[in-house]
Structure formats: C-alpha cells, structure tokens
Design a protein around this ligand. Structure first.
Ligand code: GLC
Length: 630
C-alpha cells in the first residue's frame, strides 16, 4: 500500500531538462534528505519516510510542478508508442492508453496479462519526481472488449433497443469490474452520439437517433462505470464524441471516409436540440471526462472550437472533469505547425492530448506555447487541475496498482448472465406470422445456416479483441449454433447446421438463417448502400425454400435494406451485434418474449437516408417499432 506522502517542504525545482533528469533527481533527493533532517522536528510524524518529493493534493502538486511536468500530465501516449518506459518517469506522463487491439502483445491478451502490463507502466510513473500516478485509458465500449475472456455485451444500438436504463447501468457496472481487473481506471465510453444517418460506420456505437432515448441511457452508463461517487473502485467514464459526431452530412467525411469525421451542417438550434442533451445528462451524472469529436460543425473542427468546448461544455453545462482529444485529433487542425495545433486545441479547452505518439514534441509544444505567450499559464493550470482532481478522486495516489480480486471475476458466469439478459432485451421482432415462438415440446427438425450462425467474431462486430473485429472464435463466447444446441439438448428437436453450404440437399420443419454484416469500426464501416448482401440473400432464400417455417436473424450494426427479404420469411429479428452470449437469442425464440423497440428508424431503401422520426419521411419500420407477440 503506497500512502500519500505528507508534505516535507516546497522545494524550488529547476526547469525540467529531461536529459539531466537523473542528475537533477539525485541532487533533489539530497536536498530533500537534508531539508528533511533540518525540519523534521517541525513536521508531523509521517506514516513512512518520504521516498520522494511527492504531493498530497491537486493544489500541492500544482505548486510543486515545473511547467514541463504540467505539460507531461496533459500528455497521453499509446502503449504502442512508449519507446522507453523510463520516459514515463522522466517526463511525468499523465496517461497511457491502449487503442483498439492495444494489448500486451498486440490484439488480445488475458486479464492477468493486461493487469501486469498496466501495473508495469504505473511503476514507472511512480518513479517520476513527484510520483504522480498514471491514469490508464482503454475503449471498453461493449464490455472490456480488448481482453480475451472478457464478457462482451450487445453494442450500444442493441442496448438502445432495450430502453432499459437500469440494465445499462448493470451492464456498465459489470464492465467496470472487468476493467478494474486489468488495473485500468478510465474507459472511453459511453459514446453518447446521436446517429442521424445510418450509413455512418459508428451508428452501432450510439444508443439511437432520439436524444430523449440516449440521454437516460448515457447517465445510467456513467453511473455504472463510476458508481455513486468517484473512488478507488470507479472507472472514469468518458462521454464521447463531443459534439454532433452522429450528425455529419454524407459525403463530407474526412480521413478518406464517406461520412465519418465529416461536417455537421446544422443550426445551433438543431445541435442543441439533438446532440447536446446526452451531454447534459452525462455531465449531470458526473461523467469524469469528455472526448472531443474528429468531426466539424459548419466547417469548424470540434477539436479547435472554443465556443463548443469552453463556452458550452465547461461554461453552460458546468463540466468540471477533463477534456481529452481523440486519437491524433489535434493533428487534424489546420494550423501551420504542430506547436500551433497544440496551442489551438489547448486554448479551445482541451485538457489532455491523446497524441498518441510524439510525447516529447507535445510537451515541448505546451512548454514553448506558454513561454511564448501563445498559451496562458492559467489554461495549463486549469487543465492540470482537472486531470489531478480526477486522479485524486479515483484515489490512484493510494491505490495505483491492480486490485487482483477483480481479475479473477473477468468472464465469470455471473457476468455472462447479465450479458444474456441484455441480449434478450435488445432483440427487436420486425415480422412474425406465427413462426415464433418455437416449441420445446414435440418432435421436429430445425436447420440453421448463414455466415454468422456459428461465427463469434461476426456476432461481436467491431471493437472486439482487435479494433476492426474479426472472424471466428476470437474470444470466449457462445455462438447462435452453440446456443441452439444447448437449448434443444434433451428435447425431441433435431438440429442441423449447414453453415454457408445452403444449397445442399436437406429438409427440415423449421429453418433459421443468421447472417448480416461482417465486422467494422469507425469510418471503415461507412456505407453508401446499406445493402443486405447477395450472399446473405441467396443463403436466406436457399434455407427458406426448403422448410415450412423460416426465421431470419440479422446481425448488423444498423438497419440494412431488407424490404425484399421480408416476404421470404415468417419471422424477422433484428439482432444487432449481440456480443458473446447468444443464449439470449434462443431464450427469446423459445418463448421468453420480445421486448426490444427500434432505436432508429428503419429505411425502405438507402435513398431514404438520413431518415429520423419527425422528419416527414415514412420508414419501413418507425422508431420505437417492435412486435411483442408473446
Ligand atoms: C478512436 C476513436 C475513439 C477512441 C480512440 C482511442 O479513433 O475515435 O472513439 O476512444 O480512438 O482508441
């Protein structure tokens, strides 16, 4: 147990010169020791000898920090770019993150391996002059999705279909526990985006198109991650991506994307009515951080927009946490040099820069920005105050390392049961001519097929073990085929899986097709067609032409064009991206009952997009639609 040191004395510290870091620290240690001896009689007894200068509160740290150390706290580096772990100590870096797939040895890794990695980085931070602990960040966006064996929940679009704030809070409370099991105290979640055009590759990261649905779920997610107040058992939540990332115009995408990171060409009235309410909810719920969006608003990059970040988020909403940039988001600003981009972003109100690579250049940009007068010192002090307040509130100074009691719970049966319930409540029944529910009694045969019927990677979608997700058994979980076998074991029901070999000679009473999208993340998922896919269409036709009762289950991150598929089937289920526990699907098929409601309007055709409730267009299925026949 590392106790916060009592303050020996305020030592004047020389301007940071990393090259002489080691020399400086030894002189300082000598000075501290001498001073301690001289003033020991004046000080209250300390729990232990002061091993380093240390600091015991935000104000105390701020008073002792050099400008370079303050800049270090504002700098976040991806683990893959930490060239020398001693730099964490030398520069007093504030944060390290794992991007999608940023495990101990690339994508994957067990909870124990992650905890060992995070604790190792932390040990270097504690060797810095003031011993300010790191806050480690990760995208735990549908469970602790980077970690092998962790429970993965339905992506947000499925959770939006549940309309169940209590369940969202429970889901994120489980995620909190699994994230703590890896020593991490900060997740870049919940995405509280309001997707307005389903062609956006990040549609599934949102709870839906209606801010009145998104807001309560956003607040619940924050509560699940952070608990009633921040403490050592909290995971700091991040409301993202501020703001109107889901409101961009198709065709304005940047970074080579169609719509992602594009331009939200909307009035301030619409911005405030549609995209701001979830942040009001998240901030009122105590969200500890906010991440800025890559996108622009009427041609101005959010990362440089002081009106949005400082006036609205920090001013009007009274946000007291800290604002973090997105991955290399500062570099997208149009300023001439990186130093100018950094000054622009910090002056706009960004407190921590997710660089994620050139940490020395970032620290120098902040230091030189202040010394040249481009960045007010008060702005830096405000940023560092916000960051340190979070670290003290999380009690990282006293508990910097993993609480391994959480590690053993990663992937537990109890956690999986919560995910199974989330799957049950996320499913939306779009059509049913009596095909459902299926009976567990009697003797009959079910044939299943389709590219996703036994493919866990497709069931998980993006942000799953790797950034873009993958195919096959990428982690521990139950596919639909495995769930069906479990559900029918011991009954009179015969089951057969034909996979994608749907043209073979087989007969059955009931056919179930499971297919849809293959995994994607961010702009790589932007679509100009929302096509169902010819492979999916032919496999569905094959199965349904060979059976009496035919059921379709769609795994997708958003609505696809299904109008021509509906006549083929007796029942059609929107399964979204359910995560690791497909037993939740068979539970419902065999009669536990559908309760999910559409979180987005379902288009007739891609030409309907963007299509949202109240826009005067007629969708194939409206926001809130969902049959509950049993
Ligand atoms: C990404 C995403 C953001 C994520 C961050 C760190 O590019 O936009 O949602 O939290 O990088 O992985």
């Amino acid at each position: 147990m590392r106790h916060v040191l009592s303050t020996p004395i305020d030592l004047p510290t020389p301007a940071a010169s990393p090259a002489s870091g080691r020399v400086r620290r030894s002189l300082l240690t000598l000075a501290v020791t001498a001073a301690t001896v001289l003033t020991a009689s004046l000080l209250p007894p300390t729990p232990q000898a002061a091993a380093a200068a240390g600091c015991i509160s935000t104000a105390d740290c701020l008073a002792k920090m050099t400008l370079a150390e303050k800049a270090g706290q504002m700098t976040q580096v991806a683990n893959s770019y930490v060239s020398n772990k001693n730099d964490i100590a030398t520069y007093g870096l504030g944060s390290v993150l794992s991007g999608g797939g940023g495990g101990p040895n690339g994508a994957g890794g067990t909870a124990t391996q992650w905890a060992d990695m995070v604790d190792d980085y932390q040990s270097y931070a504690l060797k810095s002059r003031l011993g300010i602990p790191l806050i480690y960040g990760v995208d735990a966006v549908h469970g602790h999705n980077n970690v092998q064996g962790a429970v993965l929940f339905p992506h947000h679009i499925g959770m939006g279909a549940t309309r169940d704030a209590a369940l969202v809070q429970q889901v994120e409370d489980v995620t909190r526990q699994e994230v703590l099991g890896t020593g991490i105290h900060w997740t870049f979640a919940p995405c509280v985006c309001v997707p307005r055009d389903d062609r956006w590759g990040r549609t599934y990261e949102g709870y839906g198109e209606d801010p009145s649905v998104v807001g309560p779920l956003a607040q619940a997610a924050v509560a699940g991650f952070q608990g009633p107040s921040l403490g050592t058992n909290s995971v700091l939540a991040t409301a993202k991506h501020f703001i109107a990332d889901g409101g961009t115009t198709f065709g304005t995408g940047s970074s080579g994307y169609l719509i992602d990171q594009g331009d939200a060409r909307i009035s301030e009235t619409e911005l405030r009515a549609v995209h701001l309410p979830p942040y009001t909810s998240a901030v009122n719920g105590g969200a500890g951080s906010v991440m800025i969006s890559y996108s622009s608003w009427n041609g101005v990059k959010d990362h440089g927009n002081a009106h949005l970040i400082t006036d609205i988020l920090k001013g009007e909403l009274g946000f007291k946490g800290f604002v973090v940039s997105d991955w290399a988001g500062v570099k997208q600003l149009s300023d001439a040099t990186y130093a100018d981009q950094v000054a622009h972003a910090v002056n706009a109100g960004i407190d921590m820069i997710m660089v994620p690579d050139d940490y020395v250049g970032t620290i120098n940009a902040i230091v030189n920005g202040v010394n040249s007068g481009k960045i007010p010192l008060a702005r830096v002090n405000d940023a560092v105050t916000r960051i340190l307040n979070a670290k003290f509130a999380l009690d990282l100074f006293n508990h910097p390392y993993t609480d391994r009691t959480y590690t053993a719970q990663v992937g537990s049966a109890a956690h999986r049961a919560v995910a199974r319930q989330a799957v049950r409540e996320s499913l939306v029944l779009l059509k049913n001519n009596g095909a459902l529910p299926l009976s567990k009694t009697g003797t009959y045969k079910i044939v299943v097929g389709g590219k996703s019927v036994d493919n866990l990677g497709y069931q998980l979608g993006g942000w799953s073990i790797s950034w873009q997700g993958g195919s096959g058994a990428t982690t521990t979980g139950t596919t639909f085929w495995q769930a069906l076998q479990q559900a029918t074991a011991g009954t009179g029901i015969t089951v057969q899986n034909v996979g994608t070999r749907t043209k073979g000679p087989y007969t059955a009473d009931v056919g179930i097709w499971v297919g849809g999208e293959t995994p994607y993340a961010e702009g790589k998922g932007d679509s100009s067609t929302l096509a169902f896919g010819s492979d999916n269409s032919s496999q569905l036709s094959d199965i349904c032409s060979r059976v009496t009762v035919c059921i379709a289950i769609l795994y997708s991150g958003r609505p696809l064009v299904i109008k021509d598929q509906l006549p083929k089937v007796g029942a059609f289920v929107a399964g979204w991206l359910p995560g690791t526990e497909a037993q939740g699907i068979t539970d419902v098929l065999f009669g536990s009952g559908f309760i999910g409601k559409l979180p987005v309007s379902w288009p007739n055709a891609v030409t309907d997009e963007p299509i949202n409730s109240g826009d005067g267009k007629t969708p194939l299925f409206p926001l809130g639609y969902g049959l509950t026949p049993y």
